[in-house]
Design a binder for this molecule. Sequence first.
Ligand code: URA
Length: 210
Amino acid sequence: MKNVTVVHHPLIQHKLTQMRKKGTSTAKFRALLQEISLLLAYEITRDFPLTYESIETPLETMERAPVLEGKKLVLVGIMRAGEGILDGMLQIIPSARVGHVGLYRDPTTLAAVEYYCKLPRQMEGRSAIIVDPMLATGHTAIAAITRVKQSRPKNLKFVCILASRRGIQTVMEEHPDVPIFTAAVDRELDEQGYILPGIGDVGDRMFGTK
Ligand code: URA
């Protein structure tokens, strides 16, 4: 699928299997989500442009020391499960700005309903990455992407841990310009919109709310 990257790194795949197991504890689940997110961040930022500056090492001047170019990256977490990915990514990109979009799924229609949105100022000129562990029906992702696009970031990516085929297709039809990164693509959705074989309800498993 064009514009979709499945990150097949063995460490990520192993950790995802541990997350899927129903016996995995809340604490372990959260730790695994953070670790996978950190590894995904490494992959997703691979194309970030560098610029060069002159610095002083303890020994001499270095004329062309590489540093990231442009304004600071913005990570946008979809509440509430997106928090788990933010925690992991911020470990290796600690200076990133952070935005939040609050969306819930209407249990009957499965449509995404926005209840909160807070983005950093001056989104123009920044790269933005929207994060949500699950890309299921695609409705939430589409709503979040539409919302963040209104702030006119320089470019935009969508990152999840697990996607359904249908969810990817739905998002790509609406936003073909937004690259999607995921650790795996699962078979299908059940009638409640859960991914199969899946991970279960990530918010509940992260926070122990069920
Ligand atoms: N959200 C979840 O937490 N799990 C799914 O399987 C789908 C959406």
